[in-house]
Design a protein around this ligand. Structure first.
Ligand code: PGA
Length: 250
């Protein structure tokens, strides 16, 4: 939450193998043993690699999370994973509403909110993702879009301790294009004002920035007002690069 440690979260998306995950955990824990970092670390691999990373990070401070969960606790939903199952596998967090899920699977704010509620019920911290498309930014709709997504996706009982929000402009994801620090500050400032208007319990919900974060730009992004961490895709796949981002924490 604001004022506390930054959260450095990795999202492997549909990448990685068991051998690669084992090597990643060994490399990252070795780096962390020699160089303490100020941030809190989280890695969200594909579901079948959760057990590998939980074992690989045992005894370290690196947390493991899922990339999605179903809104229901169990039942006839072939191919889906329940939040309670992620918790059982050793996860502490789960990403919900990533723009790739919203696009590939047509997930709506209401569905994302239901997934975030399921995560809370299972004792997981949902990382609720929001962000505008390039067309929406060009049309000057960014603040209205992200505010609508935030209001529509956030569980009613979300608090700074239980929920994280990630602002990820769709056009910055995997593209190498990053908003200016002023643009990030504008969106995060607006989201902070919306959270504050929703009450004291929500005011300090952590706001991550995501979209083409890498070792070379993480320090500047983490220094922007109201940026409480980063959600990292491509650059989280290599232990050295992910460590470099974590080492940028002020
Ligand atoms: P990227 O992805 O860092 O590869 O741009 C970020 C994300 O989608 O979470």
């Amino acid at each position: 939450m604001a004022g506390e440690q930054k959260l450095i979260a990795g999202n492997w998306k549909m990448n990685g193998t068991s051998a690669g995950a084992t090597a990643f955990a060994a490399q990252l824990t070795a780096k962390l043993a020699g160089n303490a970092v100020k941030g809190e670390l989280l890695v969200c691999p594909p579901a079948m690699l959760i057990g590998t990373l939980v074992a690989g990070f045992a005894g370290s401070a690196v947390a493991v999370g899922g990339q999605d969960c179903h809104a229901k606790a169990k039942g006839a939903h072939t191919g889906d994973i329940a939040a309670v199952q992620l918790k059982d596998a050793g996860c502490s967090h789960v990403i919900v509403g990533h723009s790739e899920r919203r696009t590939d699977h047509g997930e709506t704010d209401a569905q994302v909110k239901a997934k975030a509620e399921a995560a809370l019920a299972a004792g997981l911290v949902p990382v609720v993702c929001i962000g505008e498309t390039a067309a929406q930014r060009q049309a000057g709709e960014t603040l209205a879009i992200v505010e609508g997504q935030l209001r529509g996706s956030l569980p009613a009982d979300a608090t700074a301790a239980s929920v994280v929000v990630a602002y990820e402009p769709v056009w910055a994801i995997g593209s190498g294009a990053v908003p200016t620090e002023a643009e990030i500050a504008e969106v995060h400032g607006h989201l902070r004002a919306v959270l504050t208007s929703l009450g004291a319990e929500k005011a300090a919900i952590r706001l991550l920035y995501g979209g083409s974060v890498k070792g070379s730009n993480a320090g500047a992004i983490l220094a922007v007002a109201n940026v409480d961490g980063v959600l990292v895709g491509g650059a989280s796949l290599e232990a050295d690069e992910f460590f470099a981002i974590a080492a940028s924490c002020p």
